[in-house]
Design a binder for this molecule. Structure first.
Ligand SMILES: [Zn+2]
Length: 465
C-alpha cells in the first residue's frame, strides 16, 4: 500500500469553525479549507487536509469563525458615498433626492465614480462583503468597475435609466435600453464585475421602458434591479395612475420574474406577496435604510414571512445616507430583531435565517448560488475569517447566534475573494487606504463645491483658533 502524495494547493485555511452554509448547514469545528486558483477544492478536518495538501500559503484561523463572503443585494456605490452623513438626519428620502442626489448626480464625474466605488468596495470588504449589487446612480460604469477591480470584490453594474424628462439618466425607452445594452456588452457574465439592467424604478419609467428592460434582462440572461415600495408612496402613485398596486401592474406588463431583484418591497399587500412568490421575483431587504428614513418597515414589512415561504430575499445596505454602513451583519441583526419584535414572538425567525439571507439564500436571490454563498467544493473561494480574539467573541457560544447578536463586521479579520487576499489582519491589502482617505476628503469637498451644496450642520460648528 502506498501513501497518497499530497496535492498542491495555493491556500490552506486551518483551525477555523467553518460555517459552511452547505445544504446540511454543517459547522466544521477546527476545520480547514483548501483553495486552488479561485476555487475551493476541499473542505474537511484540519488534520486530514494538512496531510492531503502541500499549500503555498497556510492561514491559521486560530479558532475563529469562518463564513462564506457576504452578499449585499442593494448598494449605491457612488454619489452619496462622497457625502456620507452630510444630508440632514431629519430629512425624508424625497427631500434628500431632490436637494442632494439630483444636484450631485448632475455634477458627478468619472473621477467621482471611481473614487466613490473604491471607497465603498474597501468598506464593504472590511465588513466581509464580497459581492455587491450596484443599485444604480452610475454615469460612468467603466470608472466604477475600475474602482471595484482595484479592491478585488465582486459587483454588478448598470447605467441608471428612467423616462422622466429633465432628470439625469432619462430618455426614451429605446435610448435608455441602448445604454443598458452597451453596459451588458462591456461587462459580460463571468467577470468580477458584470452588467445588469438597472432602472431607478418607483414611478420613473413608462411601461415601454419597464417591459423593454425586463425583456432585455431575460434575453441576455442577466439580472435586472430597480426600487419599488420602500414607503406607501409607490402604491398610492400606481393606484392613481393605473388603478392597480405596483407589483400587480408589473405582473400585468410582464416585468416580474426570476431575473428581477426589487429593492425594498416593504409596502406589499397580500396579493403582491403572492405575486412575488409565484413569479420567483427577488427582493433586496435593507432594514437600516427604512429605520434611518422612517419608512414604516416595522408596520408593513413582510420580508421574514416571504423568506420562510420560500421567497428569494437578500440583505442590502442601500446608500451612505440611507442605511449608511456597508455592514451586512448589522442589517442581519436588525432583520432578525424586527421579525421577532413585530410578532412579539422570538421563536419563528432569527439569527440562522438572517445568516442564510446574508450568504447562500442571498446568493440565490442575486442569481449566483451556483458560484458563491457557501463553502463547498467547486465554489469560488470567497471566504471570511472572523477574529475570535475580540472581546465580544469571549466566551464562544453558538457561532451563528454570536455572529448575528454578539458582534458585527468590525471583527472581520481576513477576507479572500476568488482565492485572493483582500483583507488581512483587519486591513485592506489591495489599495493604499491612507491615500484613499485623503483623496476621499478632497473629493468630497470638491463635489460639494461643484454641486453648490453646503452641509447644514444642525448644531453650531465652532472652529478652533
Ligand atoms: Zn437604493
Amino acid at each position: 500500500m502506498t501513501e497518497a502524495v499530497p496535492s498542491p494547493a495555493d491556500l490552506l485555511i486551518v483551525n477555523g469553525d467553518i460555517v459552511t452554509m452547505n445544504p446540511e448547514r454543517e459547522v466544521l469545528v477546527g476545520g480547514a479549507i483548501a483553495v486552488s486558483g479561485d476555487r475551493i477544492v476541499a473542505v474537511g478536518s484540519t488534520s486530514r487536509l494538512r496531510g492531503a495538501y502541500r499549500p503555498a500559503v497556510v492561514v491559521d484561523a486560530a479558532g475563529g469563525v469562518v463564513t462564506p463572503g457576504f452578499i449585499n443585494g442593494h448598494q449605491h456605490l457612488t454619489i452619496d458615498t462622497l457625502v456620507g452623513s452630510c444630508v440632514p438626519d431629519a430629512w425624508t428620502s424625497a427631500q434628500a433626492i431632490r436637494d442632494w442626489a439630483i444636484p450631485m448626480g448632475r455634477m458627478h464625474t468619472g473621477d467621482d465614480e471611481e473614487l466613490g466605488a473604491t471607497l465603498t468596495a474597501v468598506s464593504s470588504a472590511l465588513n466581509g462583503v464580497t459581492m455587491v449589487v450596484e443599485a444604480g446612480s452610475v454615469s460612468n460604469p467603466e470608472r466604477l468597475a475600475r474602482g471595484v477591480a482595484k479592491v478585488g470584490i465582486r459587483a454588478t453594474t448598470g447605467l441608471w435609466g428612467s423616462s422622466i424628462k429633465g432628470r439625469p439618466f432619462s430618455g426614451s425607452a429605446d435610448e435608455v435600453l441602448a445604454h443598458q445594452c452597451a453596459v451588458l456588452d462591456a461587462f459580460p457574465p463571468g467577470g468580477m464585475v458584470t452588467g445588469w439592467v438597472t432602472l431607478i424604478g418607483h414611478g420613473t419609467a413608462d411601461d415601454d421602458l419597464m417591459a423593454g428592460a425586463a425583456a432585455l434582462a431575460r434575453s441576455r440572461k442577466v439580472g435586472m434591479t430597480m426600487h419599488m415600495s420602500p414607503t406607501n408612496a409607490d402604491p398610492e402613485l400606481y393606484l392613481e395612475r393605473h388603478g392597480r398596486r405596483p407589483i400587480q401592474h408589473l405582473k400585468d406588463i410582464g416585468v416580474l420574474g426570476r431575473h428581477l431583484l426589487i429593492a425594498h418591497g416593504v409596502w406589499l399587500d397580500d396579493s403582491e406577496v403572492d405575486l412575488v412568490l409565484d413569479t420567483g421575483t427577488a427582493i433586496a431587504y435593507c432594514p437600516w435604510a427604512y429605520f434611518r428614513l422612517g419608512q414604516g418597515v416595522s408596520r408593513a414589512g413582510r420580508h421574514a414571512e416571504i423568506f420562510l415561504r420560500g421567497g428569494r430575499i437578500s440583505l442590502g445596505c442601500d446608500s451612505a445616507n440611507a442605511g449608511d454602513q456597508t455592514d451586512i451583519l448589522r442589517q442581519a441583526t436588525l432583520a432578525a430583531g424586527l421579525a421577532k419584535d413585530t410578532r412579539i414572538d422570538p421563536s419563528w425567525f432569527g439569527a440562522h435565517e438572517v445568516l442564510e439571507m446574508a450568504t447562500i439564500r442571498g446568493a440565490e436571490a442575486v442569481g449566483m448560488a451556483h458560484e458563491i454563498g457557501s463553502i463547498e467544493v467547486g465554489k469560488a473561494a470567497d471566504i471570511v475569517i472572523h477574529d475570535n480574539s475580540a472581546m465580544n467573541w469571549s466566551p464562544k457560544g453558538d457561532p451563528v447566534t454570536q455572529l448575528i447578536w454578539g458582534t458585527d463586521g468590525r471583527s472581520v479579520r481576513d477576507v479572500f475573494v476568488a482565492g485572493k487576499a483582500v483583507v488581512q489582519a483587519g486591513k485592506c491589502v489591495t489599495v493604499d487606504v491612507d491615500l484613499l482617505q485623503r483623496a476621499v476628503s478632497e473629493g468630497s469637498l470638491d463635489l460639494l463645491r461643484r454641486s453648490n451644496l453646503t452641509v447644514p450642520y444642525r448644531w453650531p460648528m465652532i472652529p478652533s483658533t
